[in-house]
Write a protein that binds this ligand. Structure first.
Ligand SMILES: Nc1ncnc2c1ncn2[C@@H]1O[C@H](COP(=O)(O)OP(=O)(O)OP(=O)(O)O)[C@@H](O)[C@H]1O
Ligand SMILES: [Mg+2]
Length: 327
């Protein structure tokens, strides 16, 4: 099912999430700008990839969208409704429709609960289904992710990493969401299990008409399964475009540098032009102007003066750079 761009399920405008930085006495001495003005949208049925170095704010984005962290600013519009820091009645409904699938699958499973109890718990909290109806839904979800019924009585440590991911997915499907944030859904799995989890994800998307925000360090997987890609750097989206265009003709020097590490079929690399040197600055102490300028081979004096906004390119991408790559 191709995505329907005429129906944005989610529109995010200038989303900000700041965490307090405290000294040893617990006094706030500054703000860590984990998300610092993220703008993006997701169409119905779309898979939007989110990439960027460790610490750039990918998980914080997913958690803020799903209400796990409160937004410090900006707007989240979900299915036409303002969902930014939604109040309790609205939040309950949104929590069901917008689900976050944890980076660490065991984090969402209580080690002292059986799989069956972990799966039924969201139904107890969010619905008024009877015990029999809950059991029926739990069994259907388990079947949906390809696990046998016997797993219901097992504990998380008694199943494999790949099976834990499946249980994590089943738990999310219980509430019949329409958009799921998948945070590193294949990290730490061996290649054959990764392939099975990816197939399952694509299958579930078709069967349940889901949209995904797919966070991953694995650029080959992103290229394979995402319709569009958002590239994040230090709390901002610096490039947004179709996976095909972004991988073929990256516009932001940071994207080009990220892709430089990606091997291509037939040997060689996508781009030999840039190498990422050093570490990104701390999100607690960002430089003025463009936040990538200290590592950018194209940086000029203008880049120190003004932060670039996400703007359309002739190639159809959106890029936040004063001097984007043009070929
Ligand atoms: N609950 C929190 N309290 C304070 N700071 C936080 C919190 N969660 C994340 N951060 C900080 O926000 C920044 C972004 O973190 P985040 O986990 O979103 O990065 P990420 O892109 O998901 O990284 P990774 O690829 O390693 O998972 C980091 O500097 C991190 O230390
Ligand atoms: Mg993360």
């Amino acid at each position: 099912m191709p995505p329907d761009a005429t129906q944005p399920t989610l529109a995010v405008e200038s989303l900000v999430t700041h965490f307090p930085i405290r000294n040893s006495f617990g006094l706030r001495i500054g703000w860590l700008r984990a998300l610092d003005g993220v703008t993006l949208d997701v169409a119905a049925g779309e898979v939007l990839g989110v990439v960027g170095e460790s610490g750039c704010g990918k998980s914080t984005l997913g958690k803020t969208l799903c209400g796990i962290h409160p937004a410090s600013g900006g707007r989240i519009v979900f299915q036409g409704e303002d969902a930014t820091n939604a109040g309790s009645a609205q939040a309950r409904q949104l929590r069901r429709e917008l689900q976050y699938c944890y980076q660490d699958p065991s984090a969402s499973l209580d080690p002292n609960w059986t799989i069956g109890r972990s799966l039924a718990e969201p139904l107890v909290v969010h619905t008024s289904l009877s015990r029999a109806e809950r059991t029926e839904r739990v069994q259907a979800a388990l079947e949906d992710v390809g696990l046998p019924r016997e797993h219901l009585s097992l504990y998380p440590h008694e199943i494999s990493g790949g099976q834990q991911r499946r249980v994590g997915l089943a738990r999310i499907l219980m509430l019949q969401p329409s958009l799921v944030v998948l945070d590193e859904p294949t990290a730490g799995l061996d290649l054959s299990v990764q392939a099975r989890v990816l197939r399952l994800l694509m299958d579930l998307r078709e069967r349940h008409a889901l949209s995904y925000i797919f966070i991953s360090h694995d650029l080959s997987v992103i290229r394979l399964i995402c319709h569009r890609v958002a590239v994040m750097y230090l709390g901002r989206v610096v490039e947004l475009g179709t996976a095909e265009e972004v991988f073929r003709r990256p516009s932001h020097p940071y994207t080009a540098a990220l892709l430089a590490a990606l091997p291509v079929v037939g040997g060689g690399r996508i781009s030999e032009r840039f190498r990422l040197e050093g570490e990104p600055p701390s999100p607690g102490r960002l430089p003025g102007g463009c936040r990538f300028r200290l590592r950018c081979p194209r940086a000029a004096s203008h880049c120190a003066q003004q932060e670039p906004e996400l703007a359309p390119t002739p190639g159809g991408q959106r890029v936040a750079c004063h001097f984007p790559l043009t070929e």
